[in-house]
Design a protein around this ligand. Structure first.
Ligand code: UDP
Length: 312
């Protein structure tokens, strides 16, 4: 297939590109490198079937010739960026989604939206099924991301109902792995970088809040299974291996052999207390479920970070 991928130089996007190319697809990436990087796609640039266009998809974009799939993965995704990149996040979630949908509509292509567990906000229901409408503070610091993804979902379904665009919507839960930015500000990247450089691990709040971390190889498999199945979604694509942040810090210390101390810091506003997908739908429709345990995924991510430290 000929696949247009927004955000292909980002963390999940670049892992997705590698898998799509290995399966024989042609991939055309649009990315403005705001949080993505050329390093993530450096070794793909010389491969046949891969095209990179530096472009902000919040501005209209087009490609010559037929397109089979438009995958919209572009967006900053770390809470640490929600202040610094607030308006960029809202632009890529609104105009970027619309531009991707227009391309899909013009080409008769299937449109795939990478949405997020953040649509559930600080969930009152646990674990979260797709039918849960969420608990989001629209005017809080996370609102820029949560609401832009909620808007993107609404817009995607509006194009489906109004124009008959074929759509798939995935909700991603705390994905991690190689090709994350070391300074991206999320828990896994902060803890790993801190452990590897002998600095204190910064736990926000009590560390009793939970997340369900999904290794990127599992995530990409799940997203592609959804893209090629007959269900529009929204569908949770994440891991049910739920851990407290205290657990995560301990796993990072064990895996890296670091003796960094723990430093407790204030909990950011609206930080969700718990998060875990109800995977019933993904299991029954896709027969998919993640297999990489947190210890193994953290070890593989640590190995990637070590190569970055070595090259500095
Ligand atoms: N967190 C932490 N220390 C850090 C970064 C994050 O304790 O250095 C906490 C954060 O407050 C949240 C959890 O880890 O409760 C996951 O945060 P992350 O930014 O990775 O993703 P989120 O699930 O909040 O989008």
């Amino acid at each position: 297939m000929r696949i247009v991928l927004t955000g292909g130089a980002g963390f999940i996007g670049s892992n997705m590109c590698r898998t799509l190319l290995s399966r024989g697809h042609e991939v055309i990436v649009f990315d403005n490198l705001l949080t993505g990087s050329r390093r993530n796609i450096g070794n793909l640039l010389t491969e046949g079937g891969f095209t990179f266009v530096e472009h902000d998809v919040a501005e209209p974009f087009d490609v010559d010739g037929p397109v089979d799939r438009v995958m919209h993965l572009a967006s900053p995704a770390s809470p640490a960026d929600f202040g610094r990149l607030s308006l960029e996040i809202m632009a890529v979630g609104s105009n970027g989604t619309r531009n991707g949908l227009e391309l899909a509509r013009a080409k008769g292509a299937r449109f795939f939206l990478a949405s997020t567990s953040e649509v559930y906000g600080d969930p009152a229901l646990h674990p979260q099924p797709e039918s849960y409408f969420g608990n989001v503070n629209p005017v809080g610091p996370r609102g820029v991301y949560d609401e832009s993804k909620r808007f993107a979902e609404a817009l995607t379904f509006a194009y489906h109902r109004r124009y008959g665009v074929d759509i798939r919507v995935a909700r991603i839960f705390n994905c991690y792995g190689p090709q994350m930015r070391v300074d991206d500000g999320r828990a896994i990247t902060n803890f790993l970088w801190q452990a590897l450089s002998g600095k204190p691990l910064t736990i926000y709040g009590t560390g009793m809040q939970t997340r369900s971390f999904c290794f990127v190889d599992d995530e990409v498999e799940g997203l592609l299974a959804l893209m090629e199945c007959d269900h529009t979604g929204p569908m949770n694509i994440g891991s049910t291996f739920e851990h407290t942040l205290n657990d995560l810090a301990e796993i990072v210390l064990n895996v890296t052999g670091s003796d960094s101390p723990i430093e407790f810091m204030p909990l950011p506003q609206d930080d969700p207390a718990q998060r875990c997908p109800d995977l019933t739908l993904a299991r029954s429709v896709l027969g998919w479920e993640p297999t990489v345990l947190l210890e193994e995924g953290v070890a593989r991510t640590a190995a990637y970070f070590e190569t970055l430290l070595d090259s500095q």
